[in-house]
Design a protein around this ligand. Structure first.
Ligand code: SOE
Length: 378
């Protein structure tokens, strides 16, 4: 028998849609013991919230997240708001005893993240930060192959996340769709938005990072601000590249930019080990490239694994072998895993504490870009 779990989701943007879609699909495919009920959507813009409620099937609308947290009929708070609001909402939600899913990055900086970790751990509430790419089946399979020791000792980790949507000098900053360009709201640019994904995956697949050295650039120095109407300084990093040393001795390069003309969301990583290598590409997300040096030399080569068979991560819950799934399913998997853990009173990874490690690396990267020095991860 399933038990209802009432969801109150805050934020009607892109991430609000991905999470709402996941709550709607998860029971159909995963049948978790806790069955999500879309109880309330919250957004400061009432019209937007009403339309969102109608589109996704939320039972009620709130315009003040504090009222949402006061409601006894809400069990789970899902934070899909801009980064500068995560801290206050998450701490209040923890105090109210709610289960919490929070969009990435965890916080504006490490200090905020530490307060959030302390709050959820003190309250003992199940929590998760939405680094969804871990749950693309091909990426989860990469984790399985590494954990099985198939790569042996890891020498190299290489990741990029490339976009091109901010190249125009006419693009304003700030406000609804463009808060990611406003450092006061986003905390940072590509480092917190895109490299945070790469770092989360890397920490999960390859263990801790010990030290980094970075460079950042802001190519367009001033943009009109949507909220003030004035030309204002741009304080985010438009591009960031960094070198890292992992605790396991491997070397890494990470690069992200919103100025790579032609690339919309090219997240790729490659890992080179003593015995084998793996590579993954978000544009072809259902495939995992794998090279096994143990193969007979006459058939040795990169193979492209079509990650659709029922014995591959998550795939047994979907269609039949050979039929692939996509981006939105990573959010369904995330909710499925969270609900399974929450039914036992537990969190699912990456927890707030796990995401704090990513936040620390992001902060070290930005500090290194400012100083030009190598910065150790605390
Ligand atoms: C930015 O364009 C963005 O939407 C990120 O905020 C997401 O986290 C990433 O998955 C796709 O790109």
């Amino acid at each position: 028998m399933s038990k209802p779990i009432n969801v109150g989701l805050i934020g009607c943007g892109f991430m609000g849609r991905t999470h709402s879609n996941a709550y709607r699909k998860v029971y159909n495919f995963f049948r978790p013991e806790l069955k999500p009920v879309l109880k309330a959507i919250c957004d400061t813009n009432a019209d937007k919230a009403r339309t969102f409620a109608d589109t996704w099937g939320y039972e009620s609308v709130e315009t003040d997240w504090k009222k949402l947290l006061e409601r006894k009929d809400i069990d789970l708070i899902d934070i899909c708001t801009p980064n500068n609001t995560h801290r206050e909402i998450a701490i209040a939600a923890a105090k109210a005893g709610k289960l919490i899913i929070c969009e990435k990055p965890l916080a504006m900086n490490t200090a905020e993240g530490e307060e959030m970790v302390a709050a959820v751990e003190k309250a003992g509430v199940p929590n998760l930060v939405s680094f969804n790419y871990r749950r693309v089946p091909a990426v989860t399979l990469a984790k399985q192959l590494i954990d099985e020791g198939r790569l042996g000792r890891i020498f190299h980790y290489r990741a990029v996340f490339l976009q091109d949507w901010t190249i125009s000098t006419d693009l304003p900053q700030g406000g609804d769709a463009l808060w990611r360009l406003d450092a006061k709201v986003a905390g940072s640019g590509v480092t917190g938005d895109l490299l945070a994904h790469c770092i989360d995956t890397a920490l999960w697949l390859n263990g801790g990072i010990s030290t980094v050295t970075a460079m950042t650039e802001t190519f367009i120095k001033e943009r009109k601000h949507n909220l003030t109407g004035k030309i204002e300084k741009v304080s985010i990093d438009d591009a960031c590249a960094f070198l890292a040393r992992f605790k396991n001795g491997s070397l890494a390069t990470f690069e992200s930019t919103r100025y790579a003309r032609g690339h919309k969301a090219l997240y790729t990583f490659e890992i080179n080990g003593e015995k084998a290598s793996i590579a993954w590409d978000l544009h072809d997300l259902h495939r995992l490239s794998y090279f096994d040096h143990g193969d007979d030399s006459i058939v040795r080569g990169w193979r492209s694994i079509h990650v659709t068979d029922g014995d591959m991560p998550y795939m047994g819950k979907w269609w039949v072998p050979g039929l692939q799934i996509g981006y939105e399913h990573s959010f369904v998997h995330q909710v499925a895993d969270f609900l399974e853990a929450a039914a036992k009173g537990q969190s699912a990874a990456p927890t707030f504490r796990d995401a704090l490690e990513t936040q620390k690396v992001c902060d070290a990267v930005l500090a290194s870009a400012r100083s030009g020095a190598w910065v150790d991860i605390a």
